[in-house]
Design a protein. Structure first.
Length: 385
């Protein structure tokens, strides 16, 4: 990742002025998948992989953005016709600008150079990191104080309404509010959060299946529609429930005849996953790594069988990871249909875990997994050397 001096040099190859520098991390979700848009609970951690931006204000209202990752430049005039989605990477950046303006933040024009080490399509929220770093940069250049919870909400709105992906708020929230050396327990209804420490006896290890996913193609949105259908069909029995957050496992089982089998299984994943997250937060708080690992393993079974968002390669990678010495638990992480696996591993076993998993996964699938151990980082802010 370019340091500040290199970012400045690359900025001056494309733009004029003296830039300011910003960073926003990707994330790995330890447990709590697809619960965020059901008003539920999640437990992500901010990653060392991050999006970085060098940005300088312009005298007009044009926003120009150049990506070091793909070498492309695009622009939008905030005083011109209402920006429309272009169906490419720029939607994540320009969509945020549109939502910031709509919320009453008058922005200045800006020249922005972005660079990111968050792998695309790996389930580690490369899009949220881009949204958040651009939003933070635009607010900073406009002289606005940044409320990181509000920024997360507007970045989510950009992805929902401009990009067209009906994601929950987890990715943007953790990119905005991550806490070093901690996971973040987030209530996605109230947006209350609390840091949960990662015991030093363990490391978070992420393994990329190298199977690319694209969530905006409809499967993610179909899962959300199934959850909404479940809430609608359960209301006659349970009253004015707002989301599956309001449904207990006992409620679901007593009223499963109201639901088609597919809808029931989708709802069962969400209801049981919420319970797992609450138990997992207690386990981490008590440094009970064995219990936390068992909950991770159970989460993957639920995603694979009830929510059906895994795939053969990811299942193979999870099985290999769970079989290693020193592993507490492993599961798919992210929206699904490819992406990455997250494992909690004894600190002293990390090196052998990585080597063994990489070799076994290549033998099983032919793919060479990118595997790394990570320590949680802070959320969005200024970038310094």
């Amino acid at each position: 990742m370019p340091a500040v001096d290199l970012l400045r040099a690359r900025f001056l190859e494309h733009f004029d002025g003296e830039p300011q520098f910003f960073r926003a991390p990707g994330r790995v979700n330890l447990i709590g998948e697809h619960t965020d848009y059901n008003d539920g609970f999640v437990m992500p951690a901010a990653l060392e992989f991050e999006a970085q931006a060098a940005a300088a204000a312009r005298p007009d209202r044009v926003i120009r953005i150049h990506s070091l990752n793909n070498g492309k430049t695009a622009e939008v005039d905030l005083d011109g016709a209402k920006p429309e989605p272009r169906g490419d990477w720029t939607d994540y950046a320009f969509g945020v600008a549109v939502m910031l303006e709509a919320a009453g933040n008058r922005l200045s024009g800006a020249d922005i150079l972005v660079s990111s080490t968050v792998p695309v399509g790996a389930g580690l929220s490369s899009s949220a990191a881009l949204e958040v770093v651009v939003g933070y940069a635009l607010l900073s250049l406009a002289g606005r104080e940044v409320d990181t919870v509000e920024l997360a909400k507007l970045c989510q709105k950009a992805e929902n309404e401009f990009v067209g992906m009906r994601c929950g708020i987890m990715d943007q929230f953790i990119s905005c509010n991550g806490v070093v050396d901690h996971a973040l327990m987030i209530d996605c209804r109230s947006l209350a959060s609390r840091p949960v420490p990662i015991d030093q006896r363990a490391r978070i290890v992420v393994a990329n299946s190298m199977v690319h996913h694209a969530l905006a193609d409809g499967e993610y949105n179909k899962r959300r529609q199934s959850c909404e259908e479940g809430v609608r069909l359960l209301r006659p029995a349970l009253g004015e429930i707002r989301a599956l957050r309001d449904v207990s496992f006992e409620d679901l089982e007593e009223n499963r005849d109201f639901l088609p089998d597919l809808t029931y299984r989708r709802c069962r994943h969400i209801v049981t996953e919420n319970e797992r997250v609450l138990q997992a937060a207690e386990a981490l708080q008590n440094a009970d790594l064995d219990t936390f690992g068992r909950l991770m393993n159970a989460s993957h079974v639920s995603m694979r069988d009830d929510y059906e968002i895994s795939c053969a390669e990811v299942d193979s990678l999870v099985d290999i990871a769970q079989a290693q010495k020193g592993v507490f638990g492993a599961r798919m992480t992210g929206g699904g249909f490819g992406g990455s696996v997250v494992a909690l591993v004894e600190s002293g076993a990390v090196e052998s875990f990585i080597a063994n998993v990489r070799a076994a996964y290549q033998d099983a699938t032919g793919h060479i997994s990118e595997i790394f151990a990570c320590a949680p980082k802070n959320g969005v802010g200024p970038l310094t050397d």
